[in-house]
Design a protein around this ligand. Structure first.
Ligand code: GDP
Ligand code: K
Ligand code: MG
Length: 275
């Protein structure tokens, strides 16, 4: 049978483990990520003759280098190159959850979104237009209820369909001009240097502009570093980091206005009601 690796990503408390359990049942084992004490959960599932090795990644809000969980999650994606990443999303908190989506898209993964907590979305009287969301993100979206297992069959079908789909999606969105200019300069440098062949160059470039310590350390080990440094000189990584984050939120808010039929402030948690 064909074998694929499926990684489950998502913010904490969105129903990731519930979905992991619904997919893998009792075929699970637990270990640690190499070198760290973060728990690593793996499991198996056969569906339509495809054997899936499923990995429950640590819950994260983003993929920065500020926390061990985020480093573990992103290193797994970069090093192990899972065939599919399923992001489990809390449908009642879309704005916050989609921030991680932008990160996964920039990493260039084959993404499937499990729009979880769909029972709670319904009971709040919110309608999320999945078809529009799918079209806008160019990512398959499947509604699920992790706690009951509703939608899991459809999710598995979608994972298998997507894994054999050879199309490469754009999965990118634009930033302001000065950020784009530097990102493109960096991408050109990275793409010429085999040292970086492993990394998605747009993601790596944006991380350099954000001043990501792990990524800067990796860059310093390359022969191209003087050229990279040239691009990074005279810019303030703190301001780039916050502008890049703001523009990601801008993209998300724009999308939510098209995808949800009520004021998006209801979907973004009490701290964002005034936006
Ligand atoms: P994780 O932190 O992302 O792994 O989330 P868990 O799977 O541990 O789920 C967190 C809580 O949400 C648990 O109490 C689950 O039973 C509950 N839960 C998970 N999925 C759903 C869902 O779709 N609807 C509802 N109402 N509750 C859910
Ligand atoms: K939890
Ligand atoms: Mg969990």
């Amino acid at each position: 049978a064909e074998k694929i690796i499926v990684a489950l990503a998502g913010n904490p408390n969105v129903g990731k483990t519930s979905i992991f359990n619904a997919i893998t049942g009792s075929k699970q084992h637990v270990g640690n990520w190499p070198g760290v004490t973060v728990e690593k959960k793996m499991g198996k599932r056969v569906h339509s003759d495809v054997e899936m090795e499923v990995v429950d990644l640590p819950g994260t809000y983003s993929l920065t280098a500020y926390s061990l969980d985020e480093i573990v999650a992103r290193d797994f994606i970069i090093e192990e190159k899972p065939d599919i990443v399923v992001q489990v999303v809390d449908g009642t908190n879309l704005e916050r959850n989609l921030y991680l989506t932008t990160q996964l898209m920039e990493l260039g993964v084959k993404l499937v979104i499990a729009l979880n907590m769909s029972d709670l979305v319904l009971s709040k009287g919110v309608h999320i237009d999945e078809a529009k969301m799918q079209e806008y993100l160019e990512v398959p979206v499947v509604s699920t209820i992790g706690s009951t297992g509703n939608g899991i069959h459809g999710l598995l079908d979608t994972i298998i369909e997507r894994s054999s789909d050879k199309r490469v999606y754009g999965n990118t969105f634009d930033y302001e001009e000065d950020i784009e200019v530097r990102a493109e300069e960096l991408e050109m440098i990275l793409e010429k240097d085999p040292y970086f062949a492993h990394y998605p160059s747009r993601w790596f470039s944006l991380k350099l502009l954000e001043g990501d310590e792990n990524i800067l350390r990796k860059a310093r080990g390359s022969e191209s570093y003087p050229k990279i440094k040239n691009v990074l000189d005279n810019l303030d990584p703190d301001s780039f980091e916050s502008r890049i984050a703001d523009q990601r939120y801008g993209t998300i808010q724009f999308m939510l206005r098209q995808v949800c039929d009520i004021n998006t402030s209801h979907l973004s948690g009490s701290d964002m009601v005034d936006r």
